[in-house]
Design a binder for this molecule. Structure first.
Ligand code: GLA
Length: 384
């Protein structure tokens, strides 16, 4: 855990002034994968890993940023903003600064020190955490009001246009709106959302495969393009369809024969996954963890077989988890191609669950997994 006092001291010895400190969390997604950019439903929770930003205003319009994970400082001149990132970690915070200015905000230059605790490349959204923490901090030191929804959207826009990753809104939204003890069901079309308390007797256990396959970013954008292609094809027969959110399984069965096989499978995942999120929210509300867990299992199989974004390590991790004591459900979480699984586990079985998964996975792969027992956490804030 980052001690704000330590971070402030590190900042002071680098830049010579006292900073303000902000933080924003990473997330885990309980169910609803790849549905966000299809106007669908998702159910993430913010986790107790966050990225902290220590910041102090400068007299000019330059942003100088350092991360404790990367030694060299990087600079951005707000008066000469580049159109795109340069392909390194600073693209995330700088993209947010550039896009905030693009909305008409007048930012101040700043010195920044970043401390990231969200494991990078693990599918827990370290990118949204640094985006939201930086955006929140830059607005606040400029004296601008913070509208969390606008901030989440600007951060998504930065990632889409400045970084070049065509992500949906889920990660930035939950990093802004997470509430302690709650998962959040979000309708990505209307942006209506509902907080769902997590029952006392379960834990969210996140298991890290410790692998991240190269294709994650390119395949992500490819999936998104396939969904768009599906909408284009389906709309010829179903003119009211604007996104896969508007399509039912019956529609797919009726008209799907004309879709190319790959597009049909991708669409089937999105359409069935949306239905699973709705069912899962109802199950959670009546504390029916058995049903919730079964839906997680179906989600994983659909991501593996129809959407094809899982990988050997994720499948293995899920299979081992499914045989462990006290587990209600297990699935990959996030974009896929490595990263983490999310497991819903009875509170009194967490220790044995961790041992089973850790030893089973290490035996099969030679890799020691990291396992985090997460408590749903609060969204972005200024730290006292
Ligand atoms: C990444 C993206 C999200 C979402 C998930 C998959 O985390 O940033 O917008 O699409 O993948 O559900």
């Amino acid at each position: 855990m980052t001690s704000p006092a330590e971070l402030a001291e590190a900042f002071q010895s680098l830049y010579g002034s006292r900073p303000r400190i902000y933080r924003a969390p990473g997330r885990v997604n309980l169910i609803g994968e790849h549905t966000d950019y299809n106007d669908g439903f998702v159910m993430p929770a913010a986790i107790d890993f966050s990225t902290s930003v220590a910041i102090d205003a400068r007299d000019d319009r330059r942003i100088v940023i350092r991360s404790e994970n990367f030694s060299e400082p990087v600079e951005l001149d707000l008066d000469q903003p580049p159109a795109r990132g340069r392909g390194d970690w600073s693209d995330y915070p700088f993209g947010v600064a550039v896009k905030l200015e693009g909305t008409g905000q007048r930012l101040r230059g700043a010195n920044i020190l970043v401390r990231g605790e969200v494991p990078i490349g693990s599918g827990l959204s370290s990118s949204a955490a640094i985006e939201v923490a930086t955006g929140f901090a830059l607005l606040d030191i400029a004296g601008a009001p913070i509208d969390r929804l606008d901030l989440a959207k600007v951060c998504q826009q930065a990632e889409n246009e400045f970084v070049g990753m065509r992500c949906g809104l889920m990660d930035q939204f939950i990093s802004c709106f997470g509430q302690t003890g709650h998962a959040l069901m979000l309708d990505c079309r209307s942006l209506a959302h509902q907080l769902l308390p997590l029952p006392e007797n379960v834990r969210l256990v996140v298991c890290n495969t410790m692998v991240k396959h190269e294709l994650a970013a390119s395949e992500y954008n490819a999936r998104r393009a396939e969904c768009e292609e599906s909408v284009r094809l389906l709309a010829r027969e179903l003119p009211e369809v604007r996104s896969l959110r508007d399509v039912t399984i019956e529609d797919l069965e009726r008209t799907g024969g004309e879709l190319p096989e790959v597009i049909r499978k991708r669409s089937r995942h999105i359409v069935s996954e949306n239905a699973r999120v709705v069912a899962a929210a109802a199950a959670l509300q009546r504390e029916d963890l058995k049903t919730f867990g079964e839906l997680m299992g179906e989600s994983h199989r659909s991501l593996r077989d129809d959407y094809e974004v899982s990988c050997e390590e994720l499948d293995l991790m899920v299979n081992i988890a499914n045989q462990a004591a006290g587990v209600f459900g297990a699935r990959m979480t996030g974009g896929g191609f490595g990263g983490c699984t999310i497991n819903l586990v009875a509170a009194d079985s967490v220790d044995i669950f961790k041992q089973t998964v850790a030893s089973g996975y290490a035996q099969a792969t030679g890799r020691v997994p990291e396992i985090y027992v997460c408590t749903p956490a609060q969204g972005a804030e200024r730290v006292a």
